[in-house]
Design a protein around this ligand. Sequence first.
Ligand code: SAH
Length: 358
Amino acid sequence: MSALKDTLRETIALEGPITVERYMSLCLRHYYGTRDPLGSAGDFTTAPEISQMFGELIGLWMLEVWNGMGRPTGCRLIELGPGRGTLMADLLRATPLLPDFKAAATVHLVETSPSLRKKQQDALAASGFSLHWHDRIEDVPPGPTLLVANEFFDALPVRQFVGTERGWCERLVGLESERLIFGLRPEPETALGTPLKHGDILEWPGASIDVFSELARRLVRDVGAALILDYGYWGPAFGDTLQALKAHRPVDPLEAPGEADLTTHVDFHRLAQAAVVQGARTHGIAAQGDFLQALGIDARAAALKARATPAQAADIDQALARLTERGPTGMGDLFKVLAVTHEAIDAVPGLPALSPSS
Ligand code: SAH
């Protein structure tokens, strides 16, 4: 039995049922703080871990946006939730194309896990860039900003509300003879209005909205652009998207608290609205496959294959197919891309403009 399971039981026995948001928050802190969850030996695999092409193309995106901004100095290149540091390492490898960039930028990694910070340090030490770690985006010093976040917002906790005849009631995690179970707060959250259908589930990504609002405020204040890639959709939509993954297989989210990865799907519409409220401009969304192809992933794969062994060429083809695969289970469709910029940046590579009112 895990120590966190005991703590949760004690907390619930003492204080009563806790919200799904608090449950997720306690589990995720324990989970990310105690392991490297990525790769075939871990619980899940992300796009940068599939191929270097992913980070390299994002590096080219950053260079083009920086160039369009008039090549400002004192630039903050920020990544939220950098995992093993693979995306940032691949991204930085693409930057010598504009040699002035190195002197113009410092790298800022927003990461709460000490063990992943260590991996990031190892992955980035040879880059020659000045590296800085922060617990929160608020702690990154001001300056023109280029920000990337891949599979970060799906790892932040959400509140869940269930439609009942009484109204929207918050979903809670409680105890039934020592077992964790889902339940409902009896009193409805009246501010949410009346549910159209009983049984609908409404997810409220409060933590994501807070981070998103902060990054948008920053882009408006200091100029810059942010690129957000995640498993998600353009809402509104109703449904329970809470998922737990252990060793690449779905498990019950209450089964192994703090030992499985917990995620929810990202509602890009809600995040885009939070950015627009701050006066920022949004671009996209696009499906990841369309975005990577617009940035030239096919040509990049061909260039890599031209100097690869037959076995390496087969790996490159496989990675290309995985990153861009369409259809209901393909990463190229399931993952979406949204950019947020200062209002003066009216176009970014690979993404259609989105009208601020939508
Ligand atoms: N972007 C990486 C890793 C995604 S996993 C990739 O694509 O491979 C999620 C990452 O976010 C991990 O690095 C995790 O430690 C970090 N993380 C999770 N919650 C966080 C929080 N609240 N603040 C900062 N980092 C967080």
